[in-house]
Ligand binder design. Structure first.
Ligand code: HPA
Length: 249
């Protein structure tokens, strides 16, 4: 995946704190006017292509979804020359085709988060800016990711509405039923405001989701960390393969 001079940035979420296969050429710490990003930026090559990797929850994993400094993360990547962002997200499955270990490349978002710093356009502004966000994910980048999944035989769902919740608790069964009525197919805690912030800076953004559990109330059982970890173990290798092939494309 190339984008006319800029490099590709990968934001790793739960289960992807480091990126094996990345030939690391260096790390850098970056400060931004919005504070510090969650982790150092790791520069390297994935399948020969330059990439910058950032761990959304820090390394080790310690920053909960509602306390991630999304603005600092996106701005730090932008300042490092990144113009295309692949956001890797662990999600819960609502749609019947989106069970544990399924890879999903969603095409829409509904934002249920609150109280997060979700825009660069505030403070001492010369004018008010409203970005278009009709299609929150970049279609070309989605196509490349889906093609990479096909090439590697990684089963995926190439559609879906990502419902972004506040966390860090998981949802109630009634909340998931409501989200389903709203049209959500998957649920996660970190997809927003990350996608909107990237759009504000004119970056291309795509979500590569890995379903790690059925959403609350979709099975008789409650959701356990053991189940989530098992799905990460099962599905993350497919995500890594997709990332490698996407770079080559
Ligand atoms: N809900 C919200 N976020 C999540 C879930 C979930 O069920 N699984 C992984 N991230």
């Amino acid at each position: 995946m190339s984008d006319g001079g800029g490099v590709v940035g990968i934001i790793g979420g739960t289960g992807l704190t480091t990126l094996s296969g990345l030939e690391i050429t260096g790390t850098r710490t970056r400060e931004t006017p919005w504070g510090s990003p969650s982790s150092v930026l790791t520069d390297g090559h994935l399948d020969g292509q330059p990439v910058v990797f950032l761990s959304r929850h820090g390394n080790p994993h310690r920053i909960p979804p509602h306390q991630v400094n999304y603005r600092a993360n996106i701005k730090a990547l932008y300042d490092a020359g990144v113009r295309t962002v692949i956001g890797v997200n662990a999600v819960g499955g609502i749609h019947p085709d989106m069970g544990p270990a399924c890879v999903v490349i969603p095409d829409q978002i509904i934002d249920y988060t609150w109280g997060r710093a979700g825009t660069f356009f505030e403070g001492d502004l010369e004018q008010v800016t409203h970005i278009d966000f009709t299609w929150p994910y970049d279609q070309e980048a989605r196509n490349i990711i889906m093609q990479a999944a096909k090439v590697h035989g990684v089963p995926f769902a190439g559609f879906g509405v990502y419902g972004a919740t506040q966390g860090p608790r998981l949802e109630t069964a009634a909340e998931i039923r409501r989200m389903e009525r709203d049209g959500c197919d998957l649920v996660g805690m970190t997809g927003m405001p990350e996608a909107a912030l990237a759009a504000e800076l004119g970056m291309r953004y795509v979500c590569l989701g890995l379903v790690v559990n059925w959403a609350a109330g979709k099975t008789e059982q409650i959701i356990t960390m053991a189940e989530i970890e098992a799905a990460i173990d099962q599905g993350m290798s497919g995500v890594r393969r997709i990332l490698e092939v996407s770079m080559a494309g």
